[in-house]
Design a protein around this ligand. Structure first.
Ligand SMILES: [Zn+2]
Length: 388
């Protein structure tokens, strides 16, 4: 996985000779077990980039890195279904590679002055460490989920008293027996919930997913500690005994997707609402750039179809819509860019601003495909208001 520190390093990197190579590999759905199709796609992408680099006269500096990627093609594809990102610059000996969850937009290769980070946005967001608890009346299995892989960590088995064992004579007492079993089940649920609470206190997980049969849920929910309820990602239906890791992972993925969609919808709605109320929201590129410049931004929302030309200052990194050769912030020379998205994301990450990638949201698209939730607004600062 890629850390924020690593992202920052990449965002700040600038190739002296325009040889910064960014390579993203996104595996396709494994329809074809032989991977032959993917092998062709990957090699095509690399060769296409070689031709492109040649045309732009960057052949020399990109060739060594491209060759190295071609040689790695096999390894890259047999990477357990994970995506890969490589950032390289052979002119300075820079090389970083990362395994990523397979959530990238596609396989891409770009050679330029800066590394391209926009395509990585879907994996940049924080993901909670999830503990999945598969539970029934006598058993429980715990699975840890991180970076899209699951691992079964521990199992519980609390023997239930067998029906008929203590029936006694003269029919004493079927009802008593059932209560006895129910009580034993409850003790089992409590022991499991207690173990989960202790693990939470030890910081072994951040989000809880419960996998069970429909009838188990009310019984287990009844004994859940506050920590468990407050950090409940959700529950999914599963056979707790027969289920394998893949089924657990699918269940967790689905819950995470639902949560993300909800969180994003809420955030987009909040930012647009705030902007219309003249509050803690900025929408549209012009406003967002101003807010970034003023240090107001808490979270940057960027739509998947955002694309805008502009300039960036080579000295202070100021990003501008205007195609001016002189930086509006510091007066130094600027560089023209076809798409300023990477420069904006890079600046945001450098300043520890949260970046949220929003896919196919009509409301955000109408707002210019870029928006920001603000910590404050400089123009509503009392001192500024009084001065103006
Ligand atoms: Zn500047």
């Amino acid at each position: 996985m890629i850390t924020r520190e690593a992202i920052r390093e990449l965002a700040e990197y600038e190739s002296p000779h325009g040889c910064a190579l960014t390579f993203y590999y996104q595996p396709t759905a494994p329809k074809d077990q032989s991977h032959r199709e993917e092998a062709i796609v990957l090699k095509d992408v690399v060769r296409g980039a070689m031709r492109e680099a040649e045309k732009q006269g960057r052949n020399e500096c990109a060739r060594a890195d491209l060759k190295r990627i071609l040689e790695m093609a096999d390894k890259i594809q047999k990477n357990g279904g994970r995506a890969k990102a490589i950032f390289a610059d052979s002119s300075t000996g820079f090389w970083r590679e990362f395994d990523l969850p397979a959530k990238l937009e596609g396989t891409k290769l770009i050679v330029n002055r800066r590394f391209h980070l926009k395509h990585m946005a879907p994996v940049l967001e924080w993901k909670p460490r999830v503990m999945a608890c598969l539970v029934d009346r006598s058993r429980a299995r715990l699975f840890r989920y991180e970076n899209d892989t699951v691992e079964e960590v521990v199992g519980f088995h609390h023997e239930l008293p067998r029906l008929g064992e203590s029936d006694g004579f003269l029919g004493y007492d079927a009802g008593h027996n059932e209560r006895h079993v129910a009580e034993a089940a409850k003790q089992h649920y409590k022991a499991v919930a207690d173990a989960l609470r202790k693990m939470y206190e030890r910081d072994a997980w951040e989000s809880l997913a419960v996998g069970c049969r429909e009838e188990t849920w009310p019984e287990f929910e009844g004994v859940m500690h506050r920590y468990l309820r407050e950090n409940l990602l959700g529950r999914f239906r599963i056979d707790p005994v027969a289920a394998n890791g893949d089924a657990v992972r699918d269940g967790i993925r689905k819950l995470l997707r639902e949560q993300e969609t909800m969180r994003r919808d809420d955030l987009v709605r909040e930012v647009i609402g705030e902007a219309h109320r003249n509050g803690r929201g900025a929408i549209g590129l012009r406003r967002v750039l101003r807010s970034l410049q003023n240090g107001e931004v808490q979270t940057l929302l960027i739509g998947d179809r955002f694309d805008a030309p502009g300039t960036q200052c080579g000295h202070c990194r100021h990003v501008d819509l205007k195609m001016s050769a002189i930086c509006a912030a510091c007066g130094q020379k600027t560089v023209e860019m076809d798409d300023i998205a990477d420069a904006i994301i890079g600046n945001a990450l450098k300043n520890s601003i949260g970046v949220v990638y929003v896919k196919g949201d009509v409301k955000l698209e109408k707002a210019g495909n870029i928006a920001a939730l603000l910590r404050f607004r400089a123009d509503q600062n009392t001192a500024v208001r009084q001065a103006s």
